[in-house]
Design a protein around this ligand. Structure first.
Ligand code: FES
Length: 110
């Protein structure tokens, strides 16, 4: 089992046991994190956006061009943002920590 930590927008942390072969999105969803993952990993939404801890970012396999393009559209993107559906759970990510972006996606247009 691989252990990953999710940090909620309000700072609460959740340590999760993740099974190899799943995606980080699935792990987060199973842990009740507010990750919609509307397109289920098809890279057609950006609702699975997470911000990877800085010291982990460069240890992950690089994002594809499609992922980068999708991230451009995500809300609250930071330098270490990734799409969680594109992060495979392997023993390499044991100890990974990611933050959930704050939910301030206010569409009221004020
Ligand atoms: S679930 Fe849609 S891009 Fe990740």
């Amino acid at each position: 089992m691989v252990t990953v930590t999710f940090i909620n927008a309000d700072g609460a942390t959740a340590q999760c046991e993740a099974e190899e072969g799943t995606s980080l999105l699935e792990v987060g969803q199973a842990a009740g994190m507010p990750l919609e993952g509307t397109c289920e990993g098809q890279m057609a939404c950006s609702t699975c956006h997470v911000i990877v801890a800085k010291d982990w970012f460069h240890r992950l396999p690089e994002a594809s061009e499609e992922e980068e393009d999708m991230l451009d559209l995500a809300f609250g993107v930071e330098r270490t943002s990734r799409l969680s559906c594109q992060i495979d759970v392997t023993s390499d990510i044991d100890g990974l920590s990611v933050r959930i972006p704050s939910e301030s996606r206010d569409m009221s247009g004020s």
